[in-house]
Design a protein around this ligand. Structure first.
Ligand code: 13P
Ligand code: SF4
Length: 347
Protein backbone atom coordinates (compact mmCIF):
# COMPACT_ATOMS: atom_id res chain seq x y z
CA UNK A 1 0.00 0.00 0.00
CA UNK A 2 0.97 3.65 -0.40
CA UNK A 3 1.40 3.89 3.38
CA UNK A 4 3.82 0.98 3.43
CA UNK A 5 5.82 2.50 0.58
CA UNK A 6 5.99 5.82 2.40
CA UNK A 7 6.98 4.16 5.64
CA UNK A 8 9.79 2.19 3.99
CA UNK A 9 11.03 5.27 2.11
CA UNK A 10 11.22 7.21 5.37
CA UNK A 11 13.12 4.37 7.01
CA UNK A 12 15.73 4.16 4.28
CA UNK A 13 16.15 7.93 4.17
CA UNK A 14 16.79 7.88 7.88
CA UNK A 15 19.30 5.06 7.75
CA UNK A 16 21.27 6.60 4.86
CA UNK A 17 21.33 10.01 6.54
CA UNK A 18 23.70 12.52 4.95
CA UNK A 19 24.96 9.91 2.48
CA UNK A 20 21.75 10.46 0.56
CA UNK A 21 20.49 13.62 -1.11
CA UNK A 22 17.20 13.82 -2.99
CA UNK A 23 16.72 16.92 -5.15
CA UNK A 24 13.22 17.29 -6.61
CA UNK A 25 12.04 19.47 -9.47
CA UNK A 26 8.81 21.44 -8.95
CA UNK A 27 7.03 19.34 -11.61
CA UNK A 28 7.41 16.12 -9.61
CA UNK A 29 4.40 14.37 -8.13
CA UNK A 30 3.42 15.09 -4.50
CA UNK A 31 4.08 11.47 -3.56
CA UNK A 32 7.72 12.03 -4.59
CA UNK A 33 8.28 15.67 -3.66
CA UNK A 34 7.37 14.95 -0.02
CA UNK A 35 10.67 13.07 0.22
CA UNK A 36 12.82 15.67 -1.51
CA UNK A 37 15.61 17.19 0.61
CA UNK A 38 15.48 20.24 -1.63
CA UNK A 39 13.13 21.43 -4.33
CA UNK A 40 13.76 24.04 -6.96
CA UNK A 41 13.67 25.23 -10.54
CA UNK A 42 16.36 24.07 -12.95
CA UNK A 43 18.83 26.77 -11.92
CA UNK A 44 18.47 26.09 -8.20
CA UNK A 45 18.84 22.34 -8.74
CA UNK A 46 21.99 22.90 -10.81
CA UNK A 47 23.42 25.16 -8.09
CA UNK A 48 22.61 22.59 -5.42
CA UNK A 49 24.36 19.87 -7.39
CA UNK A 50 27.45 22.02 -7.56
CA UNK A 51 27.35 22.80 -3.83
CA UNK A 52 26.46 19.50 -2.17
CA UNK A 53 29.68 17.60 -1.67
CA UNK A 54 28.52 15.47 1.29
CA UNK A 55 26.12 13.05 -0.29
CA UNK A 56 27.47 9.86 -1.78
CA UNK A 57 24.17 9.17 -3.52
CA UNK A 58 22.15 11.83 -5.29
CA UNK A 59 18.78 10.35 -6.20
CA UNK A 60 17.51 12.85 -8.72
CA UNK A 61 13.76 13.30 -8.90
CA UNK A 62 13.45 15.10 -12.20
CA UNK A 63 14.33 14.25 -15.79
CA UNK A 64 17.41 12.82 -17.50
CA UNK A 65 19.08 16.10 -18.55
CA UNK A 66 18.84 17.37 -14.95
CA UNK A 67 20.49 14.20 -13.66
CA UNK A 68 23.25 14.58 -16.25
CA UNK A 69 23.82 18.16 -15.11
CA UNK A 70 23.96 16.99 -11.50
CA UNK A 71 26.55 14.37 -12.46
CA UNK A 72 28.67 16.90 -14.35
CA UNK A 73 28.65 19.32 -11.41
CA UNK A 74 29.02 16.77 -8.63
CA UNK A 75 32.25 15.37 -7.26
CA UNK A 76 34.01 12.24 -8.59
CA UNK A 77 32.91 10.13 -5.61
CA UNK A 78 29.27 11.03 -5.86
CA UNK A 79 26.79 8.89 -7.74
CA UNK A 80 23.75 10.35 -9.45
CA UNK A 81 20.77 8.04 -9.78
CA UNK A 82 17.63 8.56 -11.88
CA UNK A 83 14.79 6.44 -10.46
CA UNK A 84 13.36 5.73 -13.93
CA UNK A 85 15.55 5.86 -17.04
CA UNK A 86 12.49 6.59 -19.15
CA UNK A 87 12.19 10.01 -17.51
CA UNK A 88 13.52 11.94 -20.51
CA UNK A 89 12.42 15.27 -21.96
CA UNK A 90 10.81 15.54 -25.39
CA UNK A 91 12.30 19.01 -25.83
CA UNK A 92 15.85 17.83 -25.10
CA UNK A 93 15.28 15.04 -27.65
CA UNK A 94 14.59 17.63 -30.34
CA UNK A 95 18.27 18.51 -30.70
CA UNK A 96 20.87 15.82 -31.19
CA UNK A 97 24.57 16.45 -31.59
CA UNK A 98 24.73 15.39 -35.26
CA UNK A 99 21.98 17.80 -36.22
CA UNK A 100 23.71 20.49 -34.20
CA UNK A 101 27.05 19.98 -35.91
CA UNK A 102 25.39 20.11 -39.32
CA UNK A 103 23.58 23.32 -38.36
CA UNK A 104 26.80 24.85 -37.06
CA UNK A 105 28.65 24.15 -40.29
CA UNK A 106 25.90 25.81 -42.30
CA UNK A 107 25.81 28.81 -39.93
CA UNK A 108 29.58 29.24 -40.22
CA UNK A 109 29.18 29.31 -44.02
CA UNK A 110 26.46 31.93 -43.78
CA UNK A 111 27.76 34.12 -40.97
CA UNK A 112 31.42 33.24 -40.41
CA UNK A 113 32.73 33.44 -36.87
CA UNK A 114 29.98 35.73 -35.60
CA UNK A 115 27.70 33.24 -33.83
CA UNK A 116 27.79 32.23 -30.16
CA UNK A 117 25.86 29.07 -29.21
CA UNK A 118 23.70 29.09 -26.09
CA UNK A 119 21.71 26.14 -24.86
CA UNK A 120 18.78 25.91 -22.51
CA UNK A 121 19.74 23.42 -19.79
CA UNK A 122 16.93 21.27 -21.17
CA UNK A 123 19.38 19.60 -23.55
CA UNK A 124 21.66 16.57 -23.62
CA UNK A 125 25.15 16.67 -22.13
CA UNK A 126 26.52 16.32 -25.67
CA UNK A 127 24.82 19.55 -26.72
CA UNK A 128 26.08 21.32 -23.61
CA UNK A 129 29.58 20.09 -24.44
CA UNK A 130 29.27 21.39 -28.01
CA UNK A 131 28.23 24.78 -26.65
CA UNK A 132 31.02 24.80 -24.07
CA UNK A 133 33.62 23.95 -26.71
CA UNK A 134 32.46 26.85 -28.85
CA UNK A 135 32.65 29.50 -26.13
CA UNK A 136 28.96 29.50 -25.24
CA UNK A 137 26.98 28.86 -22.08
CA UNK A 138 23.88 27.18 -20.76
CA UNK A 139 20.85 29.19 -19.68
CA UNK A 140 17.75 28.45 -17.63
CA UNK A 141 14.38 30.13 -17.71
CA UNK A 142 15.38 32.21 -14.70
CA UNK A 143 18.59 33.70 -16.14
CA UNK A 144 17.95 33.64 -19.89
CA UNK A 145 17.78 37.43 -20.06
CA UNK A 146 21.20 38.25 -18.55
CA UNK A 147 22.74 35.27 -20.34
CA UNK A 148 21.52 36.36 -23.79
CA UNK A 149 22.64 39.90 -22.99
CA UNK A 150 26.08 38.54 -22.11
CA UNK A 151 26.17 36.48 -25.31
CA UNK A 152 25.76 39.65 -27.36
CA UNK A 153 28.85 41.12 -25.71
CA UNK A 154 30.77 38.13 -27.09
CA UNK A 155 29.43 37.79 -30.62
CA UNK A 156 27.14 39.56 -33.06
CA UNK A 157 24.66 36.66 -33.25
CA UNK A 158 23.44 33.79 -31.13
CA UNK A 159 22.27 30.27 -31.87
CA UNK A 160 19.74 29.34 -29.16
CA UNK A 161 19.12 25.61 -28.57
CA UNK A 162 16.73 23.76 -28.32
CA UNK A 163 13.64 25.78 -27.22
CA UNK A 164 12.59 28.30 -29.85
CA UNK A 165 10.04 29.82 -27.49
CA UNK A 166 12.32 30.64 -24.56
CA UNK A 167 14.85 31.95 -27.11
CA UNK A 168 12.30 34.10 -28.94
CA UNK A 169 10.65 35.41 -25.77
CA UNK A 170 14.01 36.36 -24.27
CA UNK A 171 15.42 37.99 -27.40
CA UNK A 172 12.16 39.89 -27.88
CA UNK A 173 12.38 41.22 -24.32
CA UNK A 174 15.88 42.44 -25.12
CA UNK A 175 14.53 44.39 -28.05
CA UNK A 176 15.45 42.11 -30.95
CA UNK A 177 12.63 42.46 -33.51
CA UNK A 178 11.02 39.25 -34.80
CA UNK A 179 12.29 39.85 -38.36
CA UNK A 180 15.86 39.64 -37.03
CA UNK A 181 15.19 36.15 -35.70
CA UNK A 182 15.48 33.03 -37.84
CA UNK A 183 14.51 29.43 -37.10
CA UNK A 184 16.82 26.52 -37.79
CA UNK A 185 14.82 23.46 -38.83
CA UNK A 186 16.90 20.39 -37.88
CA UNK A 187 14.71 18.01 -39.88
CA UNK A 188 14.99 19.90 -43.17
CA UNK A 189 18.46 21.27 -42.36
CA UNK A 190 17.37 24.73 -43.35
CA UNK A 191 17.25 28.25 -42.00
CA UNK A 192 13.81 29.85 -42.14
CA UNK A 193 13.61 33.66 -41.99
CA UNK A 194 11.58 36.52 -43.37
CA UNK A 195 13.90 39.55 -43.19
CA UNK A 196 17.43 40.20 -44.48
CA UNK A 197 19.87 37.32 -43.98
CA UNK A 198 22.78 39.47 -42.76
CA UNK A 199 20.48 41.31 -40.35
CA UNK A 200 19.70 38.11 -38.43
CA UNK A 201 20.74 38.35 -34.78
CA UNK A 202 19.12 35.27 -33.26
CA UNK A 203 18.92 31.77 -34.70
CA UNK A 204 16.32 29.74 -32.83
CA UNK A 205 16.45 25.96 -32.85
CA UNK A 206 13.09 24.54 -33.88
CA UNK A 207 12.30 22.75 -30.62
CA UNK A 208 9.54 23.18 -28.08
CA UNK A 209 8.06 21.76 -24.90
CA UNK A 210 5.13 19.45 -25.53
CA UNK A 211 3.54 20.46 -22.22
CA UNK A 212 3.75 24.22 -22.66
CA UNK A 213 2.62 24.17 -26.29
CA UNK A 214 -0.78 23.13 -24.92
CA UNK A 215 -1.40 26.61 -23.52
CA UNK A 216 -2.95 28.58 -26.34
CA UNK A 217 -4.23 32.02 -27.31
CA UNK A 218 -7.77 30.67 -27.15
CA UNK A 219 -7.19 29.51 -23.55
CA UNK A 220 -6.22 33.09 -22.76
CA UNK A 221 -9.22 34.54 -24.56
CA UNK A 222 -11.50 32.21 -22.64
CA UNK A 223 -10.07 33.27 -19.25
CA UNK A 224 -10.29 36.97 -20.19
CA UNK A 225 -13.89 36.52 -21.24
CA UNK A 226 -14.95 34.48 -18.19
CA UNK A 227 -13.24 36.62 -15.60
CA UNK A 228 -11.50 39.85 -16.59
CA UNK A 229 -10.06 40.18 -13.08
CA UNK A 230 -8.12 36.96 -13.31
CA UNK A 231 -4.36 37.38 -13.80
CA UNK A 232 -2.56 35.05 -16.18
CA UNK A 233 0.98 33.85 -15.48
CA UNK A 234 2.80 31.43 -17.80
CA UNK A 235 6.18 29.74 -18.22
CA UNK A 236 8.40 31.26 -20.96
CA UNK A 237 8.42 27.87 -22.74
CA UNK A 238 4.97 28.99 -23.98
CA UNK A 239 4.77 30.60 -27.43
CA UNK A 240 5.43 34.32 -28.04
CA UNK A 241 1.72 34.93 -28.66
CA UNK A 242 0.75 33.34 -25.34
CA UNK A 243 3.52 35.06 -23.37
CA UNK A 244 2.68 38.44 -24.87
CA UNK A 245 -1.01 38.12 -23.97
CA UNK A 246 -0.30 36.87 -20.43
CA UNK A 247 0.16 39.29 -17.51
CA UNK A 248 3.44 37.80 -16.41
CA UNK A 249 5.86 34.98 -17.16
CA UNK A 250 8.81 33.27 -15.53
CA UNK A 251 10.44 30.07 -14.31
CA UNK A 252 8.70 27.66 -11.96
CA UNK A 253 10.31 29.40 -8.99
CA UNK A 254 9.16 32.78 -10.27
CA UNK A 255 5.60 31.51 -10.66
CA UNK A 256 5.62 30.06 -7.13
CA UNK A 257 7.02 33.27 -5.62
CA UNK A 258 4.60 35.48 -7.51
CA UNK A 259 1.55 33.61 -6.25
CA UNK A 260 3.06 33.44 -2.76
CA UNK A 261 3.35 37.23 -2.68
CA UNK A 262 -0.05 37.91 -4.24
CA UNK A 263 -2.83 39.23 -2.06
CA UNK A 264 -5.50 37.01 -0.55
CA UNK A 265 -8.52 36.75 -2.79
CA UNK A 266 -6.49 37.31 -5.96
CA UNK A 267 -7.27 35.12 -8.95
CA UNK A 268 -4.71 33.37 -11.14
CA UNK A 269 -4.72 31.23 -14.24
CA UNK A 270 -1.38 29.42 -14.47
CA UNK A 271 0.18 28.09 -17.67
CA UNK A 272 2.59 25.39 -16.58
CA UNK A 273 2.81 21.72 -15.66
CA UNK A 274 -0.12 20.17 -13.81
CA UNK A 275 1.58 18.86 -10.66
CA UNK A 276 2.92 22.32 -9.89
CA UNK A 277 -0.39 24.06 -10.62
CA UNK A 278 -2.21 21.63 -8.32
CA UNK A 279 0.37 22.08 -5.57
CA UNK A 280 0.18 25.88 -5.74
CA UNK A 281 -3.60 25.59 -5.62
CA UNK A 282 -3.48 23.38 -2.51
CA UNK A 283 -1.03 25.69 -0.79
CA UNK A 284 -3.14 28.81 -1.37
CA UNK A 285 -6.72 28.11 -0.39
CA UNK A 286 -7.13 31.89 0.08
CA UNK A 287 -6.58 32.50 -3.64
CA UNK A 288 -8.53 31.35 -6.64
CA UNK A 289 -6.22 29.31 -8.85
CA UNK A 290 -6.92 27.48 -12.09
CA UNK A 291 -4.90 25.93 -14.88
CA UNK A 292 -4.81 28.20 -17.96
CA UNK A 293 -5.77 25.13 -19.99
CA UNK A 294 -8.84 23.59 -18.30
CA UNK A 295 -7.54 20.17 -19.33
CA UNK A 296 -4.66 19.91 -16.88
CA UNK A 297 -1.34 19.43 -18.71
CA UNK A 298 0.99 16.79 -17.25
CA UNK A 299 4.62 16.23 -18.23
CA UNK A 300 4.52 12.51 -18.92
CA UNK A 301 8.23 12.01 -18.47
CA UNK A 302 8.45 13.94 -15.18
CA UNK A 303 5.60 11.75 -14.00
CA UNK A 304 7.54 8.58 -14.71
CA UNK A 305 9.24 9.17 -11.37
CA UNK A 306 6.75 7.87 -8.84
CA UNK A 307 7.02 6.60 -5.30
CA UNK A 308 7.57 2.92 -6.28
CA UNK A 309 10.49 3.92 -8.54
CA UNK A 310 11.98 6.21 -5.89
CA UNK A 311 11.76 3.47 -3.30
CA UNK A 312 13.23 0.92 -5.70
CA UNK A 313 16.26 3.21 -6.17
CA UNK A 314 16.69 3.64 -2.44
CA UNK A 315 16.41 -0.11 -1.82
CA UNK A 316 19.07 -0.76 -4.45
CA UNK A 317 21.45 1.63 -2.67
CA UNK A 318 20.89 -0.19 0.62
CA UNK A 319 21.62 -3.51 -1.06
CA UNK A 320 24.86 -2.11 -2.47
CA UNK A 321 23.86 -2.56 -6.11
CA UNK A 322 22.79 0.87 -7.28
CA UNK A 323 20.76 0.95 -10.48
CA UNK A 324 20.23 3.67 -13.06
CA UNK A 325 23.48 5.51 -12.47
CA UNK A 326 23.84 8.58 -14.69
CA UNK A 327 27.45 8.96 -15.69
CA UNK A 328 28.40 11.43 -18.39
CA UNK A 329 31.50 10.41 -20.31
CA UNK A 330 34.63 12.35 -19.26
CA UNK A 331 35.35 14.50 -22.29
CA UNK A 332 31.68 15.41 -22.73
CA UNK A 333 31.50 16.23 -19.05
CA UNK A 334 34.59 18.45 -19.23
CA UNK A 335 33.25 20.64 -22.05
CA UNK A 336 29.68 20.66 -20.74
CA UNK A 337 31.04 21.92 -17.42
CA UNK A 338 32.60 24.91 -19.23
CA UNK A 339 29.15 25.87 -20.51
CA UNK A 340 27.51 25.32 -17.12
CA UNK A 341 30.20 27.21 -15.23
CA UNK A 342 29.93 30.22 -17.54
CA UNK A 343 26.31 30.36 -16.40
CA UNK A 344 26.84 29.58 -12.70
CA UNK A 345 29.66 32.13 -12.43
CA UNK A 346 27.19 34.86 -13.32
CA UNK A 347 24.95 34.28 -10.32
P1 13P B 1 12.29 25.66 -14.58
O1 13P B 1 11.93 24.93 -13.33
O2 13P B 1 13.72 26.04 -14.61
O3 13P B 1 11.36 26.80 -14.83
O4 13P B 1 12.12 24.62 -15.81
C1 13P B 1 10.92 24.21 -16.31
C2 13P B 1 10.99 22.95 -17.09
O5 13P B 1 10.32 22.74 -18.06
C3 13P B 1 11.88 21.92 -16.62
O6 13P B 1 11.82 20.87 -17.49
FE1 SF4 C 1 10.79 18.65 -20.98
FE2 SF4 C 1 8.61 20.20 -21.08
FE3 SF4 C 1 8.65 18.05 -19.49
FE4 SF4 C 1 10.16 20.19 -18.88
S1 SF4 C 1 7.93 20.10 -18.94
S2 SF4 C 1 10.80 18.05 -18.82
S3 SF4 C 1 10.72 20.89 -20.96
S4 SF4 C 1 8.78 18.06 -21.76
Amino acid sequence: SRQELEHRTKEIKKSLGKELFIPGHHYQKDEVIQFADATGDSLQLAQLSAENKDAKYIVFCGVHFMAETADILSGPDQEVILPDMRAGCSMADMANIHQTERAWEKLQDLFGDTVLPLTYVNSTAAIKAFVGKNGGATVTSSNALPMVKWAFTQKERILFLPDQHLGRNTAYDLGVPLEKMAVWDPIKDELVYSGELQEIKVILWKGHCSVHEKFTVSNIEMVRKNDPEMKIIVHPECSREVVSLADDNGSTKYIIDTIENASAGSKWAIGTEMNLVNRIKDQHPDKQIISLNPHMCPCLTMNRIDLPHLLWSLESILEGKTNNIIKVEEETSHYAMLALNRMLAKK
